[in-house]
Design a protein around this ligand. Sequence first.
Ligand code: IMP
Ligand code: MG
Length: 185
Amino acid sequence: MQDYREFLDEILISEDKLQARIRELAQEISHDYEGKDLLLICILRGGVMFLTDLMRALKIPHSIDFMAVSSYGAGARHSSGQVRITLDLTASIEERDVLLVEDIIDSGYTIASVLELLNARRPKSLKVCTLLDKAERRETDVPIHYCGFVIPNKFVFGYGLDLDEYYRNLPFIGVVRPDKYLAPD
Ligand code: IMP
Ligand code: MG
């Protein structure tokens, strides 16, 4: 596999900026969920780095769980926006205060569909925390309660986000060189 530098156009968000913003978000969440029974749900795999740093910065007790979803076939998320659960949660979320932890919200279809699925399980509350928001790409309304950074419409990788499943380990968010990125549709 090639070195990530082959694909990197520029660093969009440095490690320092990411960590500083995550500490701010954690403070806000620690304040808002004080005294509540907080359950963080991470959507695999992109949200993993964000989840683990966020957890370490939280000052309140909380538990975590994971789920994975996939779109129904190529291009499906642009029409119906429905997703299929490929890995379900380990425990019930009934009466829990649930906070969904996502890497990035793009069209919004993934998170909208996950919210619908989870709301049916009757959590006490259900909110969304995303590290990145590609706001200008939004195609469906989604409530975002906590957002790290609004970013431009560019394909990014690193810090959990992949480029064909590689480079999730990078500690920063980088922009893919335009000549190296082939849009999925
Ligand atoms: P949405 O359903 O269009 O909001 O897509 C969200 C999902 O698409 C994210 O969870 C990512 O897996 C993926 N995605 C969207 N934009 C990017 C990007 O710039 N880099 C890497 N993955 C992305
Ligand atoms: Mg992905």
